[in-house]
Design a binder for this molecule. Structure first.
Ligand SMILES: NC(=O)c1ccc[n+]([C@@H]2O[C@H](COP(=O)([O-])OP(=O)(O)OC[C@H]3O[C@@H](n4cnc5c(N)ncnc54)[C@H](OP(=O)(O)O)[C@@H]3O)[C@@H](O)[C@H]2O)c1
Length: 294
């Protein structure tokens, strides 16, 4: 299977490394070409998205946001996108966390071009990507998902199939990230409270995760907040703000109120306004610390 891959950011690069380790030949494109340096395996570095797509059986994209995906897929100015070059019957696997609306638009555009489209956003941070331990949330026609299964196996520890409509996978991903953002907010408020009460954050975390949650996600994020260790970002706060905004948009479209989402949106936005957009999104905890005069 000839695979193309676009986007070698914090997530894309380790994913490509795992595809190469699994023996899959990969042609990559990244806007900043130097990010392909040091990748080992059957690798070709292309100079444009359409070059990656030409002759590919599957093209995977792992890009920052809707705008990046639109540029890469539909092209911009004189630069054609991957849609124009992907052969009929080939698949675009969109792994980025994008809007439900764009996912629907991609599905329609690929269908009109005689191509297949799968949404396969992932749960797991860059360290999980490196460890081949992502969880893939896949939406698309069952036979197309079957064709992509070896690729999902090469990058993750498991795949959830959520529906024939690809956009259902994007809704699940956004809802999942919303719950993580809500957890970060509650941790931020709780840590500010106990610190003001004279309890060492490390001790509080030990009790919280030992007695109550026993969860790696509480443990890992709790550690970042207890240590105030928000750089370098595993997942940048500006991307977390994007995900909460996308969840609110998609929820509004189906008339499902998410009042907590609105609060999370404003706290993340406040952090962007304070110049913290590139910090890890667990730095939302700084809002509660600031509000508590810490
Ligand atoms: N990090 C996480 O923990 C995590 C976990 C699960 C899902 N995700 C999702 O995965 C996606 C990628 O996240 P990431 O952490 O890898 O982000 P990242 O490190 O910021 O990488 C973003 C990638 O998008 C490319 N890009 C951005 N704007 C572009 C444009 N206009 N045209 C072409 N390429 C463009 C970047 O190219 P350059 O190298 O040239 O900038 C880079 O390859 C996001 O949708 C994110 O929400 C992230």
């Amino acid at each position: 299977m000839q695979v193309g891959f676009v986007g070698l950011g914090n997530m894309g690069r380790p994913i490509v490394q795992n595809l190469l380790r699994a023996g899959v030949p990969v042609s990559v494109y990244n806007r900043t070409r130097a990010k392909a340096d040091g990748l080992e395996g059957a690798l070709t570095v292309a100079s444009s998205p359409d070059e990656v797509a030409a002759g590919a059986d599957v093209v995977m994209t792992m890009l920052a946001d809707d705008r990046a995906v639109e540029q890469v897929v539909f092209g911009e100015d004189a630069q054609p996108g991957l849609l124009a070059a992907l052969p009929k019957g080939a698949v675009h696997v969109s792994c980025s966390t994008i809007s439900v609306a764009l996912s629907r638009r991609l599905a329609a555009a690929h269908a009109a071009a005689g191509q297949d489209y799968v949404a396969a956003p992932v749960f797991g941070r860059p360290e999980a990507a490196r460890a081949q331990a992502l969880w893939v949330v896949a939406g698309g026609a069952p036979d197309v998902l079957d064709r992509c299964a070896p690729l999902f196996d090469a990058i993750g520890q498991g795949t959830f199939r959520v529906g024939d409509d690809p956009a259902t996978a994007n809704a699940v991903k956004l809802a999942g990230n919303f719950t993580i953002a809500a957890m970060l907010e509650t941790l931020g408020e709780a840590f500010a409270f106990v610190r003001k009460s004279g309890v060492p954050p490390a001790l509080f975390l030990q009790i919280l995760n030992g007695a109550l949650y026993r969860s790696p996600i509480y443990g890992n994020y709790g550690q970042l907040i207890a240590d105030g260790h928000f750089e370098p970002a595993g997942f940048a706060l500006r991307l977390g703000l994007k995900d909460v905004r996308l969840a609110l948009d998609a929820a509004e479209a189906v008339a499902a109120p998410m009042p907590l989402g609105s609060l999370l949106h404003d706290h993340l936005l406040a952090q962007v306004a304070c110049g913290r957009g590139s910090a890890d999104w667990s730095a939302i905890a700084e809002v509660s610390a600031r509000n508590a005069g810490l």
